[in-house]
Design a protein around this ligand. Sequence first.
Ligand code: FES
Length: 191
Amino acid sequence: MPDRLDSPPEKPDALATQVAQAQPSRRDALHLIVLAGGVAFGCALVVPAAYVVTAPLTGGGPKGSGTWVKTVPLDALSEGVPKKVAIVADQKDAWTTAKNVDLGAAWLIRKGDAVVAFSVVCPHLGCSIELAEGAGFLCPCHASSFDESGKKLDGPSPRNMDLLATKIEDGFVVVDLVRFKIGTPDRIEVG
Ligand code: FES
């Protein structure tokens, strides 16, 4: 006599249902793996891209107060006589350092053992300020004029010439390279 079955064998339909129910969980796991991979790949792209965008802001190049640039020996300046000097320094970005980059110029005026420095950049539209005939300074673009102390005398410049901080180190004049926004009555640093 054949053994009696306690329960009938599962029908093919029931088996198919169980398989169908099991499959979504495997699909979910697969989706999670694909999703995680996508997120990791996205981060791998986005993080360097964000660095590229912000690198110029976080690099080591001259920007704002505190970028001190060595210029000429103090002895190269005559008392009270303005001298235009080049501002040359190494410039760094996120990846490279460029040597001896010409960053602009400044007017230096010796006052004893100290030096007054002005930016050559005209506060009107940014032309280069030159010496005026006789005394003081003149911007040739739109005829803004300034006295020997940098005070505006005439023309469309919205403010006086921009003063730059200086110090003497090892007999050399060191200038704090700062750039200011043009076209505004207030001195606003832009780097
Ligand atoms: S740029 Fe100097 S007066 Fe206009």
